[in-house]
Design a binder for this molecule. Sequence first.
Ligand SMILES: *Cc1c(COP(=O)(O)O)cnc(C)c1O
Length: 405
Amino acid sequence: MVAATPLPSRGAPRGRRTGTLLVSEPTLGPEEAAALARVVEGGWITQGERVRAFERAFAEMHGAEDAVAVSSCTAALHLILHGLGIGPGDEVLVPALTFVASANCVLYVGATPVFVDVEAPDLPLMSLADAAARCTARTKAVILVHFAGYEPDREAWRAFARERGLRLVEDAAHAAGLPGAGTFGDAAAFSFYGNKNMTTAEGGMVLATDEGVRETIRRARAHGMTSGAHQRLATRAAAYDVIGLGFNYRLDELRAAIGLVQLARLPEWNRRRGALAALYRSGLRRACPEVTVPFEADRPSVHHIMPVLLPPGTDRQRVVDGLWARDIQTTLHYPPVHHLSFYAARCPGLHLPATEDFARRELTLPLHPAMRDDDVAEVVDALTDLVRAQPAAERPGPRVVEAGR
Ligand SMILES: *Cc1c(COP(=O)(O)O)cnc(C)c1O
């Protein structure tokens, strides 16, 4: 979440930061403000030419033919499953280590999410072997999540889907700007929520390989109508038809204007995220090797978040409280979806050992482009002190900290 705390880093004098070091923080400035003002002055605020320009620019950055801008990543996922014809009686493979939206979208179309374990606690991407074991005659699609911004094994998943005749969908909410993201399989959904690598406050994008699927999604974004208000104005046409079920999942010009500014800076921000993540990795390896940093350092990533694993048996709440006492926010990614009450009731007794081990020990550290190298050093020092101060025999406490998303 984006906290309503005064932004700590921007404009802060060199030396010790002021205010809380947040897990994530949007980078917003005069360019976004000016872009918004131009939309207001122009008078057309709902979906129009800026939305179209944003779609084209986003597609180009990801090496895709075209894109469809929508109101959120959740809407994007819903539209993708709708556009691919997934429905009642179908099963969709989804990692349990994700935000709940990845599973909710499957229920929106009347299909059944089937939760899959991750490869290992230090490789928290969906397990190919567990996915294969959970396939049935009803399995129709698989939703990959680029957890923390790291790239899943592209060729292995394409082969997996091809061999079984499955649709391959990317929940790329963590992966805006990741080269190749959005072109793994049939379609991909991106998020521009306030804590993502680029933001429009709320917003999302669909990439889809097949032009027909893309056009179905484009129409379903706006009630299934054959033309939009802006198009009818441009062509002086009064009539429209509705040729399929649709929703209202449109983006607007205000958000697209911010999105165009953010997109242009995304590569630079992602590089900065990468540099900060590398500092965390080397700092922790040196100061506190008992803390595990998941993933191989050289796996392609846009470093959406900085997850670490505390040593087994660590009282995580004590670490969280200790970091708060030093004005450092942390969150958890994620409470596994199959443990959330709504889903636990739907899949009683489901046990996903690697996901559960990861989720028990995981802590998400601050990572955003406005952070300074000093901030990373400070978090590494604080974390090292707190992990080392743990009484050796202590077991995890029963308290739960609020989950991040
Ligand atoms: C943020 C997120 C979503 C939902 O994105 P919205 O744009 O808020 O709808 C879906 N999946 C994952 C993995 C996310 O992190």
